[in-house]
Design a binder for this molecule. Structure first.
Ligand code: SF4
Length: 409
């Protein structure tokens, strides 16, 4: 199997070997070995450890003021479920006690639409957590207002997916007052101006003719705007642009790559995307990075189907979870899907989510349930499974790395 050299933001194994994260991983692996030993001996499982995920995706709201044609969370948008702030804060406090280190605000809605967005970000930073925000860019002023509390390693990434406003409008359908790409990029600059430590990203999901969010819901092609988007991002003062391939949902709700939808032949599609990446790469320099996601790299080199072979147990579901108004889920690739539900939205406030996590670790067969998913966590999951299965001292098998990566998973 071909392993790719990863940008640090995608080096999930490295992130788990840092001095700050490794103790939680060691405790998790010790417990998992004990669970297997007990099962083999026909004994009762050991007590649950006092740990939780190191990193969460926190969906603050399902509300969204766009109607993006390529939105993976389309069916969960603007529904009548919401967090109770007190309950949500109690969950974060409990998670922090159990080793939580980072929170990514994103998913299923636009985080800045959450009432009290700024206060909540300040609450998270007051808990000494790393914080990242994925936003559609329509309310950058709210992020700029709290930018002073971000610290080095925190990031804000705007989902823009275009270089021309015409394409931006056709893909995103912003609602309400006029929202245009020029203004969004200009206002993004205010975030950096307030705090240069915030890493500012321009996200570009590559779409092509023939791709569909669901049957009959076609997606506007932006493939020809990759290099121009990189130039726009660099000129506007972003720190990086990141490219990802379009994903759709399989019938069971999992997020999957489906290049067979393309109207071009596969080789032609790969070559067109490769050309776009190469042209964008010419702008890569010390102050502006062009980043290919793992999904995109394996898509372009043809190894993407290898990344659909998961071990039976997904260990990452214990170390990184999704907390949304719909409940707690084991993975961003199964956000909102019933079989991936660990507990209700308050289940970390009283730690009952640990019982749900233990249950799913035993019942969710990732080799089957994720057989269609090109999984970003493929390599780290096999690495962890190797350690659980192998005999020998964990301290040796899980070496501590003296490195300084973020803890976003
Ligand atoms: S194997 Fe990958 S896609 Fe499946 S639950 Fe785990 S991290 Fe998610």
């Amino acid at each position: 199997m071909v392993e790719k050299e990863l940008s640090s933001m995608h080096d999930f194994t490295g992130k788990l070997l840092q001095p700050s994260t490794r103790p939680v991983v060691l405790e998790y692996l010790t417990w998992r070995r004990a669970v297997r030993a007990a099962a083999a001996a026909g004994e009762a499982p050991p007590a649950l450890p006092e740990i939780g995920p190191i990193s969460i995706n926190l969906d603050l709201t399902t509300a969204c003021n766009y109607a993006c044609d390529h939105c993976i969370d389309w069916e969960a948008l603007n529904i009548a479920v919401r967090h109770e702030e007190e309950e949500l804060r109690a969950s974060i406090v409990e998670l922090k006690k159990r080793g939580l280190q980072s929170v990514i605000l994103l998913g299923g809605g636009e985080p800045t639409l959450y009432p009290g967005f700024g206060n909540f970000v300040r609450f998270l930073k007051g808990m000494d957590l790393q914080v990242a925000v994925v936003t559609n860019g329509s309310r950058n002023e709210l992020i700029a207002e709290v930018a002073d509390c971000f610290t080095k390693g925190d990031w804000v990434r705007l989902s823009l997916d275009s270089a021309e406003d015409e394409t931006f409008q056709a893909m995103h359908h912003p609602k309400g007052r006029g929202i245009h790409l020029d203004e969004i990029c200009e206002r993004a600059g205010a975030i950096k101006a307030k705090n240069a430590d915030v890493s500012l990203g321009y996200s570009f999901v590559i779409t092509w003719q023939g791709s569909e969010r669901e049957a009959g819901a076609s997606v506007v092609e932006n493939l020809g705007e990759m290099a121009a988007a990189a130039k726009r991002a660099k000129d506007a003062g972003f720190d990086y642009i990141s490219f990802k391939p379009f994903l759709t949902r399989a019938e069971d709700g999992a997020e999957v790559m489906n290049p067979s939808q393309a109207q071009r032949e596969h080789e032609r599609l790969v070559s067109d995307i490769r050309s776009g990446v190469d042209a964008a790469m010419e702008l890569d320099c010390d102050t502006f990075r062009v980043v290919e996601s793992i999904n995109l790299r394996v898509f372009l080199d043809g190894s993407w189907e290898n990344y659909r072979r998961q071990p039976g147990v997904c260990h990452m579901q214990a170390l990184r979870q999704v907390l949304s108004p719909l409940g707690v889920f084991n993975c961003p690739a199964h956000r909102g899907v019933a079989k991936a539900r660990i507990g209700d939205k308050a289940s970390w406030s009283d730690a009952s989510a640990m019982t749900g996590t233990a249950k799913l670790l035993n019942t969710f067969d990732a080799s089957q349930e994720c057989a269609e998913v090109t999984c970003l966590y493929h390599s780290v999951n096999h690495f962890l499974e190797g350690i659980v299965s192998a005999g020998g001292p964990l301290e040796v098998l899980l070496p501590e790395m003296d490195q300084n990566l973020d803890t976003f998973l």
